[in-house]
Each structure stands twice: as structure tokens, then as C-alpha cells.
Design a protein around this ligand. Sequence first.
Ligand SMILES: O=C1O[C@H](COP(=O)(O)O)[C@@H](O)[C@H](O)[C@H]1O
Length: 233
Amino acid sequence: MGWIEHDYRDGDALATALANLLHATCRDAIDARGRAVLALAGGRTPFPAYRALAAMRLDWSCVVLLPSDERCVPHDHPACNVAELRKAFADARGVVIESLTTEDGDPARSESHARRRLAVYPGPFDAIVLGMGQDAHTASLFPGAPQLRDALDLDNALEATRIDPRPLPPEAPFPRISLTLSRLLRTQALHLALTGQAKRDVLQAARASGNMARHPVAALGEGQATVHMHWSP
Ligand SMILES: O=C1O[C@H](COP(=O)(O)O)[C@@H](O)[C@H](O)[C@H]1O
């Protein structure tokens, strides 16, 4: 649909603003439907916002969180996104945190597991928060992955897919499970959180090229939801 850019003076301001937006989203969804469902990126960037959100008052037993993507590692591995989400929301009593992977992180079993869990939440997400890597991947839609083409196909009815990044990113060299583009875009609100000028430049180049195979993040503009880009230096 379109992109709206929100610039903040620093990471704290970004975290506070994003946490306030997500809090309002959850409150409204709980009032309207009795439940809020959020999909949340892993990595490092959005965690200050998640921690700020977790400290807010909310009927957390009415909130469901799902990772946007996951590394295929055992759940006690330091690179596991859902383990980091569980830590960030440890004080949010009653919150339900779904996992896209099996406990052992086996890629094939995790892909089936993710599809089964997603089928429990057929409606649009109330909000999704995404991040972006320096290579323009978002969720785990990595340029060069053999599964990328199908994962970006908006007619693909599958909601989650295994992704094998090529080359494996050195900071997290694992196969992944990612929501597909069609599932990522089925959301009432779409937030993309970025820090640093280098990532801003990558996003600008991605949007200018529109080449989704090289810059998967550019595909976020393909849906009905406005992409709210939250950036701080
Ligand atoms: O591997 C991943 O990377 C991206 C970006 O992470 P960041 O640490 O640079 O913020 C993240 O959005 C994604 O969920 C994660 O699996």
C-alpha cells in the first residue's frame, strides 16, 4: 500500500513509541474481540520495545505472541528467537507465546509444526513487528535462498516455510522457519523497526530497486497494510 517513516532521536524513544503503539493495539483488539495476536521479529533491534511493552498493564492472558521467523536451533540455544521472546515477556503473566519450531529445532519437523500452530490463528494479526538485516532480509526471507521465490509468492497458501539462507549469515548460520510473505502481510498493522544509517540506506536502495529477489524487504510494500518504518540512529 504505502510506507510511512517515523524517525526518533534515539533507540529509547523508538522503543517507547513502538511499545505504546503495540499496547494500544492489544487493548483495542482485546476490547473488540477478546484477544490480541501479534507476530514479532527476533534479532536484536525490537527487543527494547518488547521489554517496554511487557512492563505495561494489560490483560496478558488475552495476548498471543508468535515469532515472525525462527532459527532452527534447540530452544535452549542462545540464537533461538522464541527463547528471547519468552525472556522479554517473562513478567507478562498469562501471555501465550507460540513457537515456530520443535524443541530440538529440527528443520523438517519444525516446518510442519509451524504450519499446524499457525492454523490455530486464521485471522489477520493485530500487528506485526519486523526487522531487517544488512542483506535486506526481513523475517527470514533471505535473498538467495532456494525457497525464496515460493515464500514471496502471494498466491502461495502455505503460511510458513523452511528457508536455507545461501550463504548462511555468519552471525546466525542456521536454517530457518519463516512466515511466508502472504502470511506476514495479513495484518492490521505492520511495523518495521530499524536502527542505524546503514540499514536506512539498505532499505532506501531496496525500495528504489523494487527487486524482491535481491531485497526481500521491498516486498512489504506489496500488501494492503501501510508499512510503518520506525528508525533511530
Ligand atoms: O535473523 C534475523 O535477523 C533480523 C534482523 O535482526 P537484527 O538483529 O539486525 O535486528 C530479524 O528481524 C529476524 O527476525 C531474525 O531472525
